[in-house]
Design a protein around this ligand. Structure first.
Ligand SMILES: [Zn+2]
Length: 468
C-alpha cells in the first residue's frame, strides 16, 4: 500500500532549524520512502508517458509512484510531524470538567472516588475518547500512565492498549504503580503489569515502560525493584517528580533534605531511560543531574498552572542540555489533551514567569512537542520528524484559515495562533486515521454514548450542576 501526498508545504527540520518547502511525499507501508519536489501520481505518469516529449523513455521518479494507490492533494495545507504528548493519563477524560478549582488533595479525593468505581471496560471507552481528541488536534502518539481502576480484572494497561490498537494509534504505556516492594497489593500490580507487557510485546505501535507513580507514593525498595525490572527488560520508566511544593517539603523531611530528583537519583531511578513528568521545582543541581543522566522532562505547563503548582525552569533545562518534551497531563488537571493549546501555553507562560520575551521560542516549543517527545521514547529520527525513512506519523494542517493570515511565519502561526481545529488529516504508521476531518477507525457517537453511560453510573452528574 502506497500513499502519495502531493502539493503540500512540508515542515522539515535540519541543523539550521525548521523550514517549510513545497514537496511531495511518498509513503509505503508505514514509512516515508521518498520526499521530492514532484512525484507524479499514476494518472500524471500515464500522461507523461504518452507525451512525445518523453520519447517513450521511462521516468524513474514516475516509476517510483507507479503503484501509488491513494493520492492526497495537500494544496493549501502544511504537512508536519504528528505531535507527541509525552505525559498523560488517557483514561482520565472521565474527569474532564469535573471537580475543577479545588485544592490538590481535595481534587485527589474526587478523582479517587470516581476511579474506584471504574471497570476495565470504562478505561477502554475513556481512553478511546482521549484518542478521538488527540487525533482531532494533531497528536499521533502519547505517553500514558494508567493509575487506578480498582475493579479492572487484569489491570488497566490491557484496556488502554486495546483502545490504542483498535484506533490504529501509537502509544507508550505503563501502569502507574505505588506502594512498597513486598506488600501483597504492590506485588500483584507489578505482576499484572509485567504479564500485560509480555502479552502485548509484539505490537509494533505499542511500547512499554514501568510507571512508578511518584516518590511520595512509592517506597524506596519499590522504586529500586522497578528500576531493576527496567534493566532486566531493557525498558525505561516514567515518573512524576517535583510537581508540588508539598512534595518538595515531604521528601526533604523524610529523606535528609534531598529534593525528589536527588532522591530518585540516589536510588538509581535515572540509571535507565527515564521520563520525568513536571520537574516544576527542579533546582540547579537537579537540572545538572538530569542533564548528566540523559533524563527527559515532560513539561506540562497547563496542568502545573491549573493545580496551582507553578512554572518549571524549562529555559534553564534547555540551556543545560536536558531533553525537554511536552505533555498535557490527564484531563482532570488540564481538561484538554490538545497539544496545540499546550504549545501555546508553553510559549507564553515561561516568558511570563521569567519576565523575558526571548525565553522558549516557537521553534523550541515545536521541537519539544515533536523531536523532544521522540527522543524521550527512544525513537529519535523515526518519529517527530518528516524525513525519508521515518515512520509515517504525520498531520495535515489547513492553512486557509484567518489565524494563519497573513502567512508571515508558519512556526509562529502553529504555536501562537493555531487552535488545533485546523488539523485536517492524520496518518499514524502509514494509515489514515482522519481524512478531511472525518475519523476512519472510530465511531465517535458510540464512544460519546459509552462515556455518558459511565458518568451516569458513577453518579458524576450531580457535580455537573452549575454553581449559583
Ligand atoms: Zn500525571
Amino acid at each position: 500500500m502506497k500513499t502519495l501526498i502531493k502539493n503540500g508545504l512540508v515542515l522539515l527540520l535540519n541543523e539550521e532549524g525548521w523550514r517549510a518547502e513545497k514537496k511531495d511525499l511518498l509513503i509505503e507501508g508505514n514509512r516515508i520512502i521518498r520526499i521530492a519536489d514532484a512525484i507524479p501520481s499514476k494518472t500524471e505518469k500515464k500522461a507523461m508517458d504518452a507525451s512525445p516529449a518523453n520519447g517513450g523513455e521511462k521516468d524513474q521518479r514516475a516509476a517510483v509512484a507507479e503503484k501509488a494507490c491513494e493520492v492526497i492533494d495537500a494544496a493549501g495545507k502544511l504537512v508536519m510531524p504528528g505531535l507527541i504528548n509525552a505525559h498523560t493519563h488517557a483514561y482520565m477524560t472521565i474527569h474532564r470538567n469535573f471537580a475543577d478549582d479545588l485544592a490538590f488533595f481535595d481534587w485527589l479525593d474526587h478523582v479517587d472516588r470516581v476511579e474506584q468505581g471504574m471497570t476495565e471496560e470504562d478505561v477502554y471507552w475513556t481512553t478511546m475518547l482521549a484518542i478521538i481528541e488527540m487525533i482531532r488536534s494533531g497528536t499521533t502518539c502519547f505517553v500514558d500512565m494508567s493509575i487506578k481502576s480498582a475493579k479492572a480484572k487484569s489491570g488497566p494497561m490491557a484496556a488502554v492498549a486495546g483502545a490504542v490498537l483498535d484506533a490504529g494509534f501509537r502509544a507508550v504505556i505503563c501502569r502507574g504503580l505505588a506502594g512498597v516492594a513486598d506488600s501483597e497489593e504492590s506485588l500483584r500490580k507489578y505482576g499484572e503489569a509485567v504479564h500485560e507487557m509480555d502479552l502485548l510485546q509484539d505490537e509494533s505501535r505499542l511500547q512499554f515502560v514501568h510507571g512508578p507513580h511518584a516518590p511520595y507514593s512509592c517506597m524506596a525498595d519499590y522504586l529500586q525493584k522497578l528500576t531493576q525490572s527496567c534493566r532486566d527488560r531493557g525498558i525505561g520508566q516514567h515518573i512524576h517528580l517535583s510537581e508540588s511544593q508539598a512534595e518538595m517539603e515531604g521528601i526533604a523531611k523524610d529523606h535528609g533534605g534531598m529534593t525528589p530528583i536527588q532522591y530518585a537519583d540516589s536510588l538509581g531511578v535515572f540509571d535507565v531511560p527515564c521520563i520525568v513528568a513536571h520537574a516544576v521545582y527542579a533546582t540547579e543541581d537537579d537540572i545538572r543531574i538530569m542533564a548528566e543522566k540523559g533524563v527527559s522532562v515532560a513539561a506540562c505547563p497547563k496542568s502545573n498552572m491549573k493545580l496551582g503548582n507553578g512554572f518549571a525552569p524549562v529555559e534553564k533545562m534547555l540551556a543545560a542540555g536536558v531533553n525537554v518534551c511536552l505533555g498535557t497531563d490527564g484531563c482532570g488537571s488540564n481538561n484538554s489533551l490538545n497539544m496545540f493549546q499546550e504549545m501555546n501555553a508553553a510559549a507564553l507562560v515561561y516568558k511570563g514567569a521569567n519576565r523575558k520575551a526571548q525565553c522558549v521560542g516557537a521553534g523550541e516549543v515545536l521541537r519539544m512537542a515533536t523531536v523532544g517527545g521522540a527522543k524521550a521514547i527512544g525513537r529519535e529520527g523515526e518519529l517527530g520528524v518528516i524525513r525519508e525513512g521515518a515512520l509515517a506519523d504525520l498531520i495535515l494542517i489547513d492553512l486557509h484559515r484567518p489565524q494563519f493570515m497573513p502567512a508571515n511565519n508558519i512556526l509562529s502561526g502553529l504555536v501562537y495562533s493555531a487552535t488545533g481545529n485546523e488539523v485536517d488529516t492524520v496518518m499514524v504508521d502509514g494509515r489514515i486515521l482522519m481524512k478531511d476531518g472525518k475519523l476512519t477507525t472510530i465511531d465517535e457517537e458510540k464512544v460519546f454514548e459509552a462515556c455518558r453511560g459511565i458518568t451516569a453510573r458513577l453518579k458524576m452528574e450531580e457535580k455537573m450542576e452549575l454553581e449559583a
